[in-house]
Ligand binder design. Structure first.
Ligand code: 13P
Length: 347
């Protein structure tokens, strides 16, 4: 895999107004979402849910690639082909989450560092053989009165840059996901300050580590007020704050920015992405796209609820959110028309 090949994959990941679909929740996160809906928390049900997603008819019209987790990429769907083969047949690029989750950052109570750098190069080789073309690593930053600390921002930015360089060496396009969490009472301005500091730190470390910016995708949070903030700004204010922060920090050579949804509702995530693409169309050096998990999956998961007879209705709901987000990339999302299809069998 040459650098030019990687650049071509990165561009394809954000081409044609499509976006990415994250189905890489850890076993623990997936189980928590299943438990809330009374779905059995088994490897077989997790496989069934992910198989439902990747076999959704027409997914390729709105989605360029899907991010799997280690369990899924090793599972065999019912037909016997691997998930990577199913995605390939469906016309989607195969992605893989390669971080090993977060632990408490030593010396920084209440803050997290992401593990998984040791032995990463060898693990990536296995994923490439399994068909992966891109990877993902998530760093987690919390906002509280004295947090994040400089130590936490620097440690996570360094880990993300090392991960990105190792991915490119191994022949995978890195998705770099520094997530500033929405939890808390902070306002929009504080989120903007922290997100700017985190992105600045990442690109400084990326430069030091020799990351090829043309061959990576950035997956940041939108700039949002905390979930418990008393002031919840409108969609246009959020769009302006987010793009301003990105213009301050993200080099023009990065081909695409694919937002995480972070716990926003599907409708709000679409509306905010849409507003960015309306207000800044033609004035930005990078594509503004999506790499959502909850904001695409959640309505479909509620409909499926673990029942095989609801597969088609759940796929229709998934496709609906995928199309809404594709429309948002064009600035053509209409919230008044955002009514998800629900099949008679599950009404
Ligand atoms: P959400 O869109 O649900 O935030 O998930 C994105 C993701 O990939 C988390 O790592």
């Amino acid at each position: 895999m040459t650098t030019n090949d990687l650049v071509g994959i990165a561009q394809a990941m954000v081409a044609d107004d499509k976006g990415l679909l994250a189905i890489d929740e850890s076993i623990g996160s997936c189980n928590r979402r299943f438990a809330a809906l009374g779905i059995p928390q088994t490897a077989e049900r997790r496989r069934a849910w992910r198989e439902l997603i990747v076999t959704t008819p027409g997914l390729r019209q709105s989605i360029s690639g899907a991010i799997l987790c280690d369990e899924t990429i090793r599972q065999k769907p019912n037909g016997g082909a691997s998930f990577a083969q199913l995605l390939d047949v469906a016309g989607l690029l195969v992605g893989i989450k390669v971080d090993a989750g977060t632990i408490e950052l030593a010396g920084h109570p209440g803050e997290k560092i992401t593990e998984g750098l040791d032995g990463l190069h060898a693990r990536l080789g296995t994923y490439v053989e399994m068909g992966a073309r891109f990877a993902k690593w998530r760093g987690v930053i919390t906002i509280e009165s004295e947090r994040p600390s400089r130590g936490c921002v620097e440690a996570n930015a360094h880990a993300l840059a090392r991960y990105a360089a190792i991915c490119q060496q191994a022949g995978l396009v890195p998705i770099v996901e520094p997530e500033v969490l929405m939890d808390g009472t902070h306002g929009l301005t504080r989120c903007a300050e922290v997100t700017e500091a985190v992105l600045r730190a990442f690109f400084r470390h990326a430069d030091e580590q020799g990351v090829v910016l043309e061959a990576m995708i950035l997956k940041p949070n939108m700039v949002l007020p905390g979930l418990l903030s008393t002031i919840q700004e409108d969609v246009d204010t959020v769009a302006d704050a987010t793009v301003k922060c990105l213009l301050h920090t993200v080099p023009a050579s990065v081909p695409g920015i694919a937002f995480l949804s972070g716990g926003q509702s599907g409708e709000l995530a679409s509306a905010r992405l849409n507003a960015m693409n309306i207000r800044f169309r033609g004035h930005l050096p990078w594509q503004l796209s999506f790499s959502f998990a909850r904001a695409i999956q959640y309505p479909a998961l509620q409909i499926w609820a673990g029942h095989d007879e609801h597969v088609q209705a759940a796929q229709a709901a998934l496709m609906h959110r995928a199309r809404c987000n594709q429309a948002a990339r064009r600035g053509a999302y209409d919230a008044t028309l955002d009514v998800a299809p629900v099949a008679a069998s599950v009404q």
